[in-house]
Design a protein around this ligand. Structure first.
Ligand code: 5RP
Length: 221
């Protein structure tokens, strides 16, 4: 059922990309549905900027050209999933470990459309362990700094990001001030980035449930 809702959210995003020349594409099982749904309309746009090797592989398999962000400038639209979403459309992302490239594309896009099933909407961020990408030699140092902030870092052993780094998943955080925590964690030397998307939150969340797909946007609240 959850997978059907992910597909429903992905389908709702298609109307948001219809007039875009180049589409920013995230990572994960919800985005995989979105990529599949892009295939039949691939002649309507030039290509995609991808946030991971996994999405790149899937896009190319569908015959969708993958472009270098450096060559295309600001994107009109970026579509991606999330692990948690709050009512301010701030997100935790990085369950799939692609958070840094995802954050870069979100920053470089005019509009960020987040697609998810309703289970991702939460009152407070932090039940889902917050992923942070870390330079490998800084792992222990960063872990100590996270403990000092009140978090419980767990090394995602055996996992290397597309950028050659490691992930620490921070447990036991009740994130009451997402922007503040994002900046604090990003400020720790050795952290590449955190999976908190608060400084650059989503513009629109398409949230699928059995009764339909709800559109959340801050203008409407
Ligand atoms: C990957 C992500 C994904 O968007 C997030 O983990 C949600 O994944 P899914 O769509 O499989 O539930 O941030 O780094």
């Amino acid at each position: 059922m959850q997978d059907a809702l992910k597909k429903q959210a992905a389908a709702a995003a298609i109307q948001y990309v219809k007039n875009s020349r180049i589409i920013g594409v995230g990572t994960g099982s919800t985005v995989n549905h979105f990529i599949d749904l892009l295939a039949p309309i691939k002649h309507q746009f030039e290509g995609a900027v991808s946030s991971s090797e996994a999405s790149t592989e899937r896009l190319l398999a569908m015959g969708i050209p993958v472009l270098d962000l450096n060559a295309v400038g600001t994107l009109d639209v970026y579509v991606d999933g999330a692990d948690e979403i709050n009512s301010n459309l701030e997100l935790i992302k990085g369950g799939g470990g692609a958070l840094t490239r995802e954050k870069i594309i979100a920053a470089a896009s005019k509009s960020f459309i987040c697609i998810a099933d309703q289970s991702k909407l939460v009152p407070y961020l932090g039940k889902f362990p917050l992923p942070i990408e870390v330079i490998p030699m800084a792992r222990s140092y960063v872990a100590r700094e996270i403990i000092a902030l009140g978090g419980q870092p767990v090394w995602r052993e055996g996992f290397t990001t597309d950028n050659g780094n490691i992930i620490l998943d921070i447990q036991q955080l009740e994130i009451l001030e997402p922007r503040q925590l994002e900046n604090q964690v990003n400020n720790i030397t050795g952290v590449v980035t955190t999976g908190l998307f608060a400084e650059r939150s989503a513009d629109v969340v398409l949230l699928a449930s059995e009764s339909g797909t709800q559109t959340l946007s801050l203008e409407k609240q």
